[in-house]
Design a binder for this molecule. Structure first.
Ligand code: AP5
Ligand code: MG
Length: 215
């Protein structure tokens, strides 16, 4: 199965992607996670990406498309299927993805647009924590860890993302409405688009994503 999750920052793309990986064995391809790994490893790409991410801006299309194309063309990814989280984020990226999949003779099963009000997003991002070791996502109120500051799964220390500051969150939301909302319209014209209500809990959101695909 090959899926795309589109939605504003904090809507739950990473949360749903983790469920799809765990339950369907798909490979997760999160552009944001890949950039954060490059930043941690202090590569040239990481240094470039950090300048944009810290301000809530998009990393330029050219380097982003190249980075994702390499992962999409991986033989293991072709076999397992994938869930794209955070890519494509511009119409230019969506067109490039079409081209890559065409060259690979692959199609998309579903493009899922997860939708919530901006107010909910601000609350979700303000309380988010992630595990430095396994990437598990928590929330101080919605999904608190059993032991403060430590991951339930692997005991790793939890951290708060550098772009989860109030000013940066507002900029990410603005960038989403300007650049990524047109990508939802782009897929609306291809007939693969599924709109789901992301204001419900993670399990209910997952059911909305999976039931039309499974049936
Ligand atoms: P990226 O990492 O993709 O961040 P984002 O799109 O801003 O989304 P988030 O990861 O913040 O949120 P999410 O939707 O995954 O929500 P989550 O599941 O964590 O991108 C970061 C940056 O990288 C971009 O700003 C850009 O600079 C750059 N970048 C990335 N891709 C790019 C591209 N293609 N082109 C150019 N630049 C790119 O959930 C959030 C919180 O809510 C958590 O605490 C969670 O526990 C909670 N939660 C989740 N679901 C629910 C629910 N249903 N009910 C209650 N709480 C919930
Ligand atoms: Mg995410």
């Amino acid at each position: 199965m090959r899926l795309i999750l589109i939605g504003p920052p904090g809507v739950g793309k990473g949360t749903q992607s983790a469920l799809l990986v765990e339950r369907l064995g798909l490979k997760a391809l999160s552009s944001g996670e890949i950039f954060r790994r490059e930043i941690d490893a202090q590569t040239d790409l990481g240094r470039l990406a950090q300048r944009y991410i810290d301000h809530g801006e998009l990393v330029p299309n050219g380097v982003t498309i190249e980075m994702m194309a390499k992962r999409l063309r991986d033989e293991e990814t072709r076999k397992s299927g994938f869930v794209l989280d955070g890519f494509p984020r511009t119409v230019r990226q969506a067109e490039a993805l079409d081209e890559i999949l065409f060259q690979m003779d692959l199609g998309l099963d579903r493009v899922v647009s997860i939708e919530v009000e901006d107010e909910t997003i601000i609350h979700r991002l303000a309380g988010r924590m992630g595990c430095t070791k396994c990437g598990e996502i928590y929330h101080s109120r919605n999904k608190p860890p059993m032991r403060e500051g430590l991951c339930d799964r692997c005991n790793g220390p939890l951290f708060v993302r550098s772009d989860d500051q109030p000013g940066t969150i507002m900029e990410r939301l603005r960038v989403f409405h300007e650049n990524t909302a047109p990508v939802v319209d782009y897929y609306g014209r291809t007939g693969t688009l599924l709109r789901v209500d992301g204001s419900l809990g993670p399990e209910e959101t997952y059911r909305q994503i999976i039931s039309p695909i499974a049936s």
